[in-house]
Design a protein around this ligand. Structure first.
Ligand code: UDP
Length: 329
């Protein structure tokens, strides 16, 4: 039986597919390739199609023997979600409802869901615990939280068990150098700084210098994408053991300011990077740092690439070899 990975041609999805393949799992990727890259899918079967098409996704379940789902497919840009919220509700929420409905019909009862620290909004406590209040400050986080709630009620009503993984800042690239981060447009901090290091942009903007943080710039918890991928496999194993649904944070428990990240990239790449102060980006909380004690304790999750210099070095390795990203554009 196969594990269905939606959005498996995207950044975190493709690294999770790589992890599943290393574990000899049978993998089916569904991706519309609007944002994903077929070259990022290192194996398994790739079905190109759009989850907004209900008949399409029902057919995927009808034609394949699917045991469990790992659901990544979504739009992910905070800024865009603020300016175009309906695009986010339409894709992120509607697509997930189609998927759950197809799972219910096909009697597939295990799902790992790709969620986000953005569900918390401005945190009550640092580090953030899974039991803390969820009050998103942007539509991206709202859409992920809406799906979390649909999952909760789908468990109660249909017995579809879930593991929700709330990622903090996914970063870095696979140590094989075969896959990495390639968003279009790129909106994430580390790849943007690396583009500046590669001379592909003149400078990097620092969004806000008057936050209530030590150097005035936002503080985030950066986690290596392969450590995230490992957590998806552990979550799948938990569901296979027939355990209850659960929510886990995934971060390293250590925060870095935007300026500190720029400095780490300067150090790793040895390049001059011009960073200029710019206005705040709407919807950005000042500090997001995770407590990941729960997943460490319950699923024995052990991050292996948890040092920011190492994370940046893996990203630099991929980007310097693929300065234009994947070739399949
Ligand atoms: N950021 C920035 N300049 C950029 C892109 C991002 O200052 O060009 C900041 C952003 O405001 C946030 C942090 O870097 O505080 C991480 O942003 P990213 O978009 O990478 O991830 P997010 O925290 O939104 O998930």
């Amino acid at each position: 039986m196969a594990v269905l990975v939606t959005g498996g041609a995207g950044y975190i999805g493709s690294h999770t597919v790589a992890e599943l393949l290393e574990k000899n799992e049978e993998v089916i990727v569904v991706d519309n390739l609007e944002k994903g890259h077929k070259d990022a899918v290192l194996g398994g079967k790739l079905i190109v199609g759009d989850l907004r098409d209900k008949e399409f996704i029902k057919n995927v379940f009808y034609k394949n023997d699917i045991e469990a789902v790992i659901h990544f497919a979504a739009y992910i840009e905070v800024g865009e979600s603020v300016s175009n919220p309906l695009k986010y509700y339409n894709n992120n929420v509607a697509v997930s409802l189609n998927l759950l409905d197809a799972m219910r019909e096909a009697k597939v009862n295990k799902i790992v869901f790709s969620s986000t620290a953005a569900t918390y909004g401005e945190p009550e406590n640092i580090p953030i615990l899974e039991t803390d209040r969820t009050m998103p400050t942007n539509p991206y986080g709202e859409t992920k939280l809406a799906v979390e709630k649909a999952l909760k009620w789908s468990d109660t009503a249909y017995g579809i068990k879930h593991v929700i993984l709330r990622y903090f800042n996914a970063s870095g690239a696979h140590i094989s150098g075969k896959i990495g981060e390639d968003h279009n447009p790129e909106s994430h901090l580390i790849p943007l700084i690396i583009q500046a290091a590669l001379g592909k942009r003149d400078s990097i903007k620092i969004f806000g210098n008057d936050y209530n943080t030590p150097d005035g710039t936002c503080v985030r918890d950066y986690i290596h994408v392969s450590d995230l991928a490992q957590a998806h496999y552990l979550a799948l194993q938990k569901l296979r053991r027939g355990e209850d649904s659960a929510i886990y944070n995934l971060g390293n428990g250590k925060g870095f300011s935007v300026r500190e990240v720029v400095d780490v990239v300067r150090k790793v790449t040895g390049k001059n990077i011009n960073a200029v102060d710019a206005p705040r980006r709407p919807g950005d909380p000042a500090i997001l740092v995770a407590s990941s004690e729960k997943i460490k304790k319950e699923l024995n999750w052990q991050p292996k690439l948890n040092d920011l210099e190492t994370i940046v070095a893996t990203a630099w390795e991929w980007h310097s070899k693929h300065p234009n990203g994947y070739d399949d554009k």
